[in-house]
Design a protein around this ligand. Structure first.
Ligand code: TYM
Length: 336
């Protein structure tokens, strides 16, 4: 058994991976692979909590698996949530250690249920309320120590720690591990169309820049990024400009960052220069990812088989935890 600390994180297959996902979390996932025992999941059960299309769900799940590998996630660290059904069984057990009140106060639940209530049929699924409990199960089924995520997941992590504490108290043993978040320097990349909100798929197409977009689309989106309306002054930096600087830094373009920041501090920054530099930095990154993706597409079948195998291997760890949890909870384990 490996002595390394365990890292777990997941992403929803609800559309394109964007620069917010990448700089907020996934880039960190890649870097952590050398130091920790890492497990990264594509959480298709979570993607069912909002209205969805069944055919698209499976397509998006594979699409994301390919894209995660294209940005540098090793296939042996990847799994698909529905191939590890132990997550949902642990979720049920965790439901019984979660307060309904706390769930209904979750920011994401409030945002997304409001969004759903505004649609024609106003349907809000019980799955949406239960979403963070399944997330806690995703983490705890591997007894993960660390969870690299963006800031928007902090509240969910806190809930997971509450569940762990309540469970451990109930069974009288410190069996489950209270997970800690790992944040990057860029915990919240903003939408370039509205820099007061986070870059996000669920907010609509103009609110995210896909990591695999064609170069002209990326340039165009950055060109039309909201900065501010007036002249640049040496006062408080506007959120839009700050976000563009953040993107530049996140791309490790330190020289360009310093030089443009100097212009800003001297009141001489031309937005067009900042936007062109950011646009080109993102395009450069994206081109590398697209090239890698092309290689993976050439051996599609093999890549899918590898992921089925890695999911089966990762499932072994989940089985072990679930067995122990059921034992400690007073439940029975089947003979297998
Ligand atoms: P998801 O699919 O929305 O996003 C995946 C990761 O990207 C981060 N992220 C951002 N970071 C910075 N700026 C942004 N604009 C931005 N947008 C997204 C998210 O914080 C996340 O880390 N609930 C999770 C999925 C999940 C999960 C888990 C995560 C399910 N089970 C267990 C960790 C552990 C989600 O919806 O992520």
């Amino acid at each position: 058994m490996s002595e390394k600390k365990r890292v777990l994180s997941c992403i929803q297959p609800t559309g394109d991976m964007h620069f917010g996902n990448y700089f907020g979390a996934v880039k960190n996932w890649v870097d952590l692979q050398d130091t920790y025992q890492c497990m990264y999941g594509v959480v298709d059960y979570h993607a069912m909590t909002m209205p969805y299309n069944s055919v698209k769900l499976r397509e998006n799940t594979w699409e994301l698996i390919f894209n995660l590998q294209a940005v540098g996630i090793a296939p042996e660290n990847l799994f698909i949530q529905s191939l590890v059904p132990e997550h949902t069984e642990l979720c049920w057990i965790f439901n019984c250690f979660t307060s309904y009140g706390q769930l209904s106060r979750m920011t994401q639940f409030k945002d997304k249920s409001n969004q759903s209530e505004e649609t024609e049929d106003g349907f809000v699924s019980a799955g949406l309320l239960d979403y963070p409990v399944l997330q806690a199960a995703d983490i705890c089924i591997y007894r993960a120590d660390f969870v690299p995520v963006g800031k928007d997941q902090e509240q969910h992590l806190e809930l997971a720690r509450n569940i762990v504490q309540r469970f451990n108290n109930q069974v009288g043993k410190e069996y489950l591990v209270a997970p800690q978040p790992l944040f990057t320097e860029f915990t919240k990349i903003a939408s370039t169309a509205d820099p007061t909100r986070k870059m996000s798929k669920s907010a609509g197409e103009k609110h995210y820049i896909s990591l695999f977009s064609d170069s002209d689309k990326i340039r165009k989106q950055i060109k039309s990024a909201v900065t501010d309306l007036g002249e640049v002054t040496a006062g408080e930096m506007s959120p839009g400009v700050k976000n563009l600087f953040n993107l530049l830094k996140a791309c490790s373009k330190n020289e360009a960052y310093d030089s443009l920041m100097q212009d800003y501090e001297h009141g001489q920054l031309k937005y067009v220069d900042l936007k062109t530099t950011v646009g080109e930095a993102l395009v450069e990154l994206s081109e590398g990812f697209r090239a890698k993706r092309k290689e993976l597409d050439a051996r599609k079948k093999e890549v899918k088989e590898e992921i089925k195998d890695s999911s089966a291997k990762i499932r072994e760890r989940a089985r072990e935890t679930l067995r122990m949890v059921k034992e400690l909870s007073g439940l029975l384990n089947p003979k297998i």
